[in-house]
Structures are given as structure tokens and as C-alpha cells.
Design a protein. Structure first.
Length: 391
């Protein structure tokens, strides 16, 4: 792990901590202000819409002004939008501002992930992304703890969130060394990405379609099977703790073996655990249910970065920004479309059908990845930074 990554990791930690405060604060404050459920849903959708737009805009921004200044602009835009929320308490203003926050965060995520991808060689990219992911989960957990320190009906938490996000620019300004190479093109090339890395392309889309409902509807599943609010919180904590557990080991394993093999194993484990949760979740003792949730979180949340690392192995470090932005766009498409489909399935077949639906998506990705492995050799793991892997 390069020492030059430490300031970037600190920036990511601060960024995600600030967003962790907002993830709980915005819907709760909206409810306190009397916003309707459909308005709160629009606010949530606006966030992902902003992320879609941000993933399209980032390559153009980085091409014009570079990663560091692009990161700072996104930080400032997000901080201003956060500070505007308590002074513009009106439904459609919040829909718009939440979209701006989503756009800024998409830019920050894309730049950070492309930095890790671009400055890591093929033999260490998975480990770097694993550490980056653990830092995200730690930041998210800290942000949710910060939320407990003040009344959500006041101004304090908005000021704290904006300050934390704004502070994310300081460590990056002190980062040693040069940022990754700027992209040569401003537009995302989805056809080119599919040609270069079919597994990365399809993986980002299907993982988003699975993770979207997994994180947004698991609470509904838990409530529908009779868990109390406190037990629902414990279940989600088990998912979250599991998500952080295997990030680094899986990242290191993917640096040693064909990343597609690791992805197949993760998809198989996810599908089996989801089928078990769908079949036995209602009847399990709480301790067993939490243990199953922990195990499922550990394999579900490691898939995206394995697929992303494989995609950059194929496209090359010099294309890290456009590759990462395109993957984020595809993931967001899946994350937006997945919850409505899963919600309809749950309404038709019961709450346990949520995990039947996500298991089918993981099996589909498993089958597609196996097919690609039959026709295409893995990239060569090189230790010389910036060298193009075999196509």
C-alpha cells in the first residue's frame, strides 16, 4: 500500500462520515417537517439521479482541471448544498439539493476510486480497493454515531456534516506525489468498456441491481417477519459489520488469483446465503439470523470492487477515471431500477422474495462470468505501475 494513499484515505473517511450523518438526518428531518412519504421517496431518488449525472460529468471535469481541483470543487459544491438545506425547508428545494449532493458525491467517489485504480498496479489493485472500502464503512459508522450528538430538528447537525465534508479537501491538498494521469477523452464509452471488460460492465449493472434493494428493503423484510425496531437495527448492524470484515482479505485474494474466479465464488456464496435467508429467515432464532446476515454482508459488499479492479486491469491505469465513472453510472442504473422491481416481487410473493430476487441476480452474474472465463484468459498481473495488461 503506497504511503501516498494515506491523505486520500483520510479525505474519503471525512467525506463518508459527513454523508453518514446526512443519510439518517435528511429523511428524519423531512418527516419532522411534515413532508409526505412520496416526497421523501423523491428526495432519495434525487440523490441517485445526481450520482448518475455526476458520473457522466466527472471525466469532463477531470480532463479540464485535473483530479485535485475537481475533488475540491465537488467538496465545496456538496458543502454549500448541505448548508442550504436548513434554510430552504421546502419539498422541491430539498429534492434539488439532495440531487446536488448526490452529484458532488459521485464526483468525489469517482475521483477517489480512479485515484486508487490509477496509482495501483494490477498485482496490488484489489488490496488497495479493499482498504479503501473498509475506510468507507468506518466513516459511515462514525457518521451515524455523530448523528446521535444533537437534535435533528435543529441546525447543528447540518453544520457538522458540512464542516466534515468541507474538511475532506485538506488532506488531499497535502498528498505527496502526482495524481493519476488525466483521461484523454471527456465522454464515457460504454461500448468500449463492454468490449474491453464484459465482466466489469455486466458486473457493475447486476451488482447495483442487487445491492440497491438489499440495502434499501432489508429493513422492510425484517419488520415484516416481526422484528422490533431495535432488532431491525441489530440486523442492519450485522449486515454492515459483515460488509467490512472481508474487504481486505478478498482484495488480496483477487490480487493473487483471477479476479473472475473470486467473483464467481462470491456470487455463489451470496446466492446460497440468500436462498437460506429467504427459506429459513422467518423461523431462525435471532442469534442465527444475525449470524446469517453477517455472513451475507461479507460476500455481497465485496463484489463491486473485485469487478471494478478487473475492469481497470483490462482497460489500463491510464483509463482509470473514465472506467471508474462508467462503472459508477452502471451501478447507479442498477441501484435505481432494482428496488422497484424487488418491491413488486415482495408484494406478490412475500417479504422473503427479496432474497430470492437478489439470489437470481447473483446466479446470473455467476453464469455470465463463467462463460467469459471459457473464452478469455485473465489479465496478466504486473507489478510495473501503469503498464497495459493483456486485453
Amino acid at each position: 500500500m503506497q504511503k501516498s494513499f494515506t491523505p486520500l484515505l483520510l479525505s474519503v473517511f471525512l467525506l463518508v462520515s459527513g454523508n453518514g450523518v446526512l443519510s439518517t438526518l435528511i429523511p428524519l428531518r423531512a418527516r419532522l417537517e411534515g413532508f409526505s412519504d412520496i416526497t421523501i421517496a423523491f428526495i432519495g431518488s434525487s440523490y441517485f439521479t445526481g450520482m448518475l449525472i455526476g458520473s457522466l460529468v466527472v471525466p469532463w471535469v477531470v480532463l479540464r482541471i485535473g483530479q485535485v481541483r475537481g475533488f475540491i470543487i465537488c467538496v465545496l459544491m456538496g458543502a454549500v448544498a448541505i448548508l442550504s438545506l436548513p434554510s430552504l425547508i421546502e419539498p422541491w428545494s430539498w429534492v434539488l439539493l439532495r440531487g446536488v449532493i448526490g452529484l458532488s458525491l459521485a464526483g468525489l467517489y469517482a475521483i477517489a476510486e480512479s485515484w486508487f485504480n490509477g496509482k495501483s498496479d494490477n498485482a496490488h489493485r484489489g488490496s488497495a480497493l479493499g482498504i479503501y472500502s473498509v475506510v468507507q464503512y468506518l466513516g459511515w459508522s462514525v457518521g451515524n454515531q455523530v448523528f446521535r450528538l444533537a437534535d435533528p430538528g435543529g441546525l447543528t447537525l447540518f453544520l457538522v456534516a458540512a464542516t466534515i465534508v468541507a474538511g475532506a479537501s485538506l488532506p488531499l491538498l497535502m498528498a505527496p506525489g502526482e495524481p493519476p494521469q488525466r483521461p484523454k477523452r471527456r465522454a464515457l464509452r460504454f461500448g468500449w468498456l463492454f468490449t474491453m471488460s464484459p465482466v466489469g460492465f455486466v458486473g457493475a449493472l447486476l451488482i447495483g441491481a442487487s445491492n440497491g434493494p438489499f440495502w434499501s428493503l432489508s429493513q422492510i423484510f425484517a419488520a415484516d417477519i416481526g422484528l422490533t425496531p431495535a432488532e431491525v437495527g441489530t440486523l442492519m448492524t450485522a449486515f454492515m459489520l459483515g460488509s467490512a470484515t472481508l474487504q481486505i482479505p478478498i482484495g488480496r485474494a483477487s490480487d493473487t488469483y483471477d479476479r473472475r474466479t473470486i467473483l464467481v465464488c462470491l456470487c455463489l456464496a451470496s446466492a446460497l446465503l440468500e436462498i437460506a435467508l429467504a427459506r429459513y429467515g422467518v423461523t431462525l432464532q435471532h442469534v442465527a439470523l444475525y449470524a446469517l446476515a453477517f455472513a451475507l454482508g461479507s460476500v455481497v459488499s465485496t463484489q463491486y470492487y473485485v469487478a471494478a479492479a478487473h475492469a481497470v486491469d483490462r482497460t489500463g491505469s491510464e483509463h482509470a477515471v473514465e472506467t471508474t465513472s462508467a462503472l459508477l453510472f452502471l451501478y447507479s442504473i442498477g441501484a435505481i431500477s432494482g428496488p422497484p422491481i424487488a418491491s413488486y416481487v415482495m408484494t406478490s410473493f412475500g417479504p422473503a422474495a427479496l432474497y430470492g430476487y437478489t439470489a437470481l441476480l447473483h446466479l446470473a452474474l455467476l453464469a455470465f462470468t463463467l462463460r467469459q472465463m471459457l473464452y478469455r484468459a485473465p489479465p496478466v498481473l504486473r507489478s510495473a505501475e501503469g503498464r497495459m495488461p493483456q486485453p
